[in-house]
Design a binder for this molecule. Structure first.
Ligand SMILES: Cc1ncc(COP(=O)(O)O)c(C=O)c1O
Length: 404
């Protein structure tokens, strides 16, 4: 009789993990408040209040509420004057938007590998990708884990490059006590449905420089002048990327829960890492004291097939899922994706890079062999939920022969 659930045995767990999103009376009241105010859009009091609140939370001087965390990147790139002929350094291990935004403004993405121990862009490989056309770097704080911002800022200053932090996963995360999104020239956040702070969709720009803030604000508001008084006067090319009052009101209510949730995820992640470090076929990501706060949008760990009789990761993931632990293999390296091989991409950017020929070792290892993702809601449970995750992995490890 098989023990593993994938082979017909009893699953280790049948209870569900905490669901996402979480909501209550505050969210209902927020929706009622907007409904009855009669102001449902166009920079109303909810949007303005949340812009201030979230910018302060991220320790940034200014904030702009935007439709989503893709358009935020496009607006930042445009606002910094980046376009055709320019190159932007990006990691390949990220969501599509980090790279599509670069192409969208006509610039060329140049890929730099990630670190094996963190899955964040490797600062030590950035300099070899810099050319006279390089204008910016987009570090992505993967899963909420802050990138090495000391090294990235040092390199950026040396080569006169902009730094756009992609903080889509990293609400409340810190590098050496400093909140992400306030370290580089601008930060981009997402409030899409899976995110740790969500209104279903939504985005946010953090920025310290007041002049850049006014430009980005103008772009998101159809190109109207920040100080302008005439409604139908448009001073620059912009778009309508304004957030609705509904979204801002929900986000304001969700923010009241954010710190408590981050603390819970961090405590559970620390406990889970301690359990995983004792299991031979998995490996936690490296610990770094400089990361003073991690939002843990994702809990990432490595699967080591060589310590599990060469069982492929895909089978391990299926077996883990069958035991009642939802999991996924995570990102596929972006340079391999169809988007970068299209004629349209070449036409828009003028890029001659043959992306399909790229092979960045750590990205390949993370995306095809080792990376395992658990979503943030799994870390909102209690000790028993975390024990179940580790015990399910141990069960697979001990009964691996059933799967060979
Ligand atoms: C790293 C990263 N950047 C950007 C985005 C884009 O955000 P949105 O979905 O709000 O457009 C996402 C969303 O998943 C993301 O994960």
């Amino acid at each position: 009789m098989a023990k593993l659930a994938l082979k017909g045995g009893n699953p280790l767990r049948t209870e569900k993990f905490p669901s996402w999103p979480q909501y209550g009376k505050k969210e209902r009241e927020a929706l009622d408040r907007v409904l009855e105010s009669g102001v449902w859009g166009t920079l109303g009091s909810e949007v303005n209040k949340f812009a201030k609140r979230f910018a302060e939370y991220q320790q940034a001087k200014h904030g702009i509420c935007v439709t989503n965390g893709t358009v935020t990147l496009e607006i930042i790139l445009r606002g910094l004057g980046i376009g055709h002929g320019d190159e932007v350094i990006v990691p390949p291990y990220t969501f599509n938007a980090t790279v599509s935004s670069v192409i969208f403004v006509g610039a060329t993405p140049v890929f730099t590998d990630i670190e094996d121990g963190t899955y964040n862009i490797d600062p030590e490989k950035i300099e070899e990708a810099i050319t006279p056309n390089t204008k910016a770097i987009i570090p992505v704080h993967i899963g909420g884990r802050a990138c090495n911002m000391d090294r990235i800022m040092e390199i950026a200053r040396k080569h006169n490059l902009f730094v756009i932090e992609d903080c889509a996963h990293a609400h409340g995360s810190e590098w050496k006590g400093r909140r992400v999104g306030s370290i580089g020239d601008a930060g981009s956040f997402s409030f899409q449905a899976s995110k740790n702070l969500t209104a279903g969709e939504g985005g946010f720009i953090t920025v310290n420089d007041t002049n850049l803030y006014e430009i980005l604000w103008s772009i998101h508001h159809c190109g109207r002048d920040y100080h302008g008084k005439v409604w139908y006067d448009h001073v620059r090319i912009g778009t309508n990327a304004r957030m609705t009052e509904w979204q801002a009101a929900i986000l304001d209510a969700q923010m009241d829960r954010l710190d408590e949730q981050i603390e819970k995820r961090m405590a559970n992640a620390q406990y889970l890492n301690s359990l995983l470090s004792q299991i031979p076929c998995v490996e936690p990501m490296v610990h770094d004291d400089r990361i003073t706060r991690n939002s843990y949008h994702l809990f990432i760990f490595k699967y080591k097939s060589e310590a599990c009789k060469d069982l492929p990761r895909e089978t391990f993931l299926k077996a883990l899922d069958a035991e009642g632990i939802p999991c996924s293999p995570g990102y596929i390296s972006l340079y391999k994706q169809g988007m970068l091989q299209t004629e349209e991409m070449k036409r828009i950017t003028g890029s001659k890079i043959e992306y399909s020929k790229l092979y960045l070792e750590n990205t390949e290892k993370a995306s095809t062999k080792e990376g395992v993702w658990l979503t943030q809601n799994l870390l909102l449970g209690e000790k028993k939920d975390i024990d179940d995750i580790a015990n399910a992995i141990i069960k697979i490890y001990e009964n691996v022969d059933e799967l060979l």
